[in-house]
Every structure is written in C-alpha cells, then in structure tokens.
Design a protein around this ligand. Structure first.
Ligand SMILES: *Cc1c(COP(=O)(O)O)cnc(C)c1O
Length: 355
C-alpha cells in the first residue's frame, strides 16, 4: 500500500489535556484517513491530517443502512515513559472479521499497525499519564456510496481517531447496578452480534434507557431465543464466579468476542481457576446466590477493563454485592491486567506492542 501522506501536520503543538476526561468527549489534533474505491484498485491515499468535520453526501450509504464497523483499543503511557498498545493485532483481526460479515473490504493488518503507530507518534503528547488513564483508539470504517439502493457499497472511508480518556464509569472502579431485561434483545445467532457494527449499539439504546430510568447503570442481556441464558452486560462480556467455577458464556455468534475476555480466561487458567465457557441460565445465578454459592459477577472490556456488579435485578429477583468495593477476583484481575498495560509487571504473555 502507499506511503502515508502528512497533510498540515504540525508536531510538538501545545497539548493541554482537560483535568476531567469524560469518556469519548475529547479528541487529539490529528486523525488517520484512508479511502477505498474498487475502481481505483482498493484502499488508497492514506493520510494523517487535522481532526475535523467530514464533508459527506446526505445519501451516504452508512448513514441510512449502517454498513460500518469499528474497534476500540488503547495506548498507555507506561511507568518508564514507553508507549504501549494492548494486543492491537487482535483488535485489527476482529475488525477484519466484522468487515467480512458486513461486506466491507479487508485491510492489511501490517499496514494498519504501521498507520496507527505513525499516528500515535504524532499525537504521543496526548497520552495521559495518570493511573487508569489512556489514549482510546477508535478505528471506524463506513460505506460512502452516495446511493439509496440497498446493496454493498463500492466505496468506503476508514478513520482512526484518538481520544484521551479517564476511567470509564463516573463511579470509577466501583461496582455498578445492572438490570436484566426480557423486553429487548441485543443480538441473535447468525445475526451480527459478534461484530462491532453500529446497528448493535443503536438497537441497545432503548434497553439502556429503561435501565437508567429504573436507577441502574447498564443492562444484562439474555439470549434472544429463550430469554433464559445470560449473554453480555452492557457493552462488556460477563463472568460469573461460583464457589468452584468461573464461567463465561461461549462464543456462539450472538456474543462479541472480547479481547479482554480472552485475556481474563488465560490469566484465570494460569492462576489455576476452574474456568468454563458454557451457557449460564440466569435462574442458576439467582439459585446459587440464594444457596451461598455465588461469589461475584463482573464484566470485561477495553474501556473499563473489569467492572463489578453491585446489584442485579430481574423481575422480582434481586441479588446484592457490595456497593463500595469491587469483588476480590475482579479486583485481582483489574490489577493484573493494568499492571501489564502500564508496565508495572512483566509482559509474560507478549500482549504489549511498544511504539
Ligand atoms: C467491545 C465489546 C466488548 C468487549 O470487547 P474488548 O475487546 O474486551 O474491548 C464486549 N461486548 C460488546 C458488545 C462490545 O462491543
């Protein structure tokens, strides 16, 4: 692929990070842009330029039919000043898998790695240094044919934008209350649940609105067919710790295959936990709670890393953990993963790519 064009890029500009970094509100000065046109031989004109508005036709296909995919990963400033990416290739492989499902052309992962590293090198002063803070990386690809017919687009735009972020929840690393819903479903097998594609998130908003109205932070999603098995929590994968087993639902098509999920499973296995990937009926979780066999529940994802539950409600069933303190295992995992990310602990799995 072509070499990257630098358009009006001024390095060493004055970076002033706001004190209060709310997730996804602030963006760095530059972004990466690349276009795809079948007629021009594919992906072309990779460019680093000023972050700013795009000029688009009102008929831009992605705006109407959501032919688009995205990713979310982070760059960390480590304690010795090095810049680290956490398992970036896994994110780009998933981007390509999401793209394939959405009829979006593949991108060469080595090229994407080079592009990301060049962009972060330009923007390295924007990486916050406080513990729990990072530079959130948002690659996005969307269909740009200015045509209202429903068919795969022939042109696409790829953007990589960067957003300095603090801890994901206002509450910080504190447990959050979750409402299980059977009024809505997130995704169904053979649909697009396993892709990071915008429609999944649009479809989830009404359930989130309902949860917030009832005083909860997020939704626990049940399977779409029987509404019996737990699938995900908000935009995170879910883990349930019983006395003798740590479980997470298997990747059968409706669940997003999280990079954090994969990392947590590996760490837990190394620590000697009995981990299983199996279907978990919500009723089993409440039964275990009532029998004293439930230890804790937490979500996993790039944005928050680990997020413990303080409370779970489903109809008249309620289970409660501490409002103040995250569970023991969740806390241990949070520490282990962030220690690797911030370079406080040896990268024994080779998960880190230094820039
Ligand atoms: C992104 C995402 C996750 C977490 O994936 P990570 O790779 O761990 O960040 C889980 N569920 C959904 C629905 C997601 O969009």
């Amino acid at each position: 692929m072509d070499t990257i064009i630098y358009q009006n890029v001024e390095q060493n500009s004055n970076v002033k990070l706001p004190d209060n970094l709310i997730f996804g509100r602030n963006f760095t000065e530059h972004m990466f842009v690349m276009d795809y046109d079948e007629a021009l031989g594919g992906w072309h004109s990779p460019t680093i330029k000023k972050f700013g508005d795009l000029k688009l036709s009102p008929a831009t296909m992605a705006l109407h039919y959501a032919q688009a995919v995205f990713e979310g990963l982070k760059a960390y400033k480590q304690i010795d000043g090095k810049i680290a990416l956490f398992r970036p290739r896994k994110h780009f492989e998933r981007l390509n898998r999401s793209s394939d499902r959405m009829c979006i052309p593949q991108i060469d992962i080595d090229f994407l790695m080079d592009a990301l590293i060049e962009l972060i090198n330009v923007e390295k002063d924007w990486i916050p240094t406080k513990d729990g803070y990072a530079l959130y990386i948002r690659p996005l690809i969307f269909a740009t044919d200015p045509i209202l017919g429903v068919r795969p687009s022939n042109t696409f735009k790829l953007l990589i934008m960067l957003s300095p972020v603090g801890p994901y929840y206002h509450e910080g690393f504190k447990p959050v209350p979750i409402l299980a819903t059977d009024h809505f479903v997130r995704a169904v097998r053979k649909g697009v649940g396993e892709c990071k594609t915008p429609g999944n998130y649009a479809a989830s908003l009404a359930a989130q609105r309902e949860a917030i109205k009832e005083g909860f932070t997020q939704v626990l999603w049940l399977d779409a067919i029987e509404q019996k098995y737990i699938e995900e929590v908000g935009t995170m994968n879910i883990f349930v710790q019983f006395k003798d087993e740590v479980c997470t639902p298997p990747l059968t098509g409706s669940i997003l295959p999280g990079v954090t999920r994969m990392s947590v499973l590996q760490i837990l296995n190394d620590w000697g936990y009995n981990t299983t990937e199996r279907r978990i009926p919500l009723q089993e979780v409440f039964d275990a709670y009532n029998k004293g066999n439930l230890v804790e529940i937490f979500g996993t994802g790039t944005a928050a890393v680990i997020s413990s539950l303080s409370k779970l409600k489903y109809h008249d069933n309620i289970l409660k953990f501490s409002d103040e303190h995250a569970g023991e295992l969740g806390t241990k995992l949070y520490k282990e993963i962030t220690d690797i990310q911030y370079g406080r602990k040896e990268d024994r799995y080779n998960w880190i790519t230094h820039i």
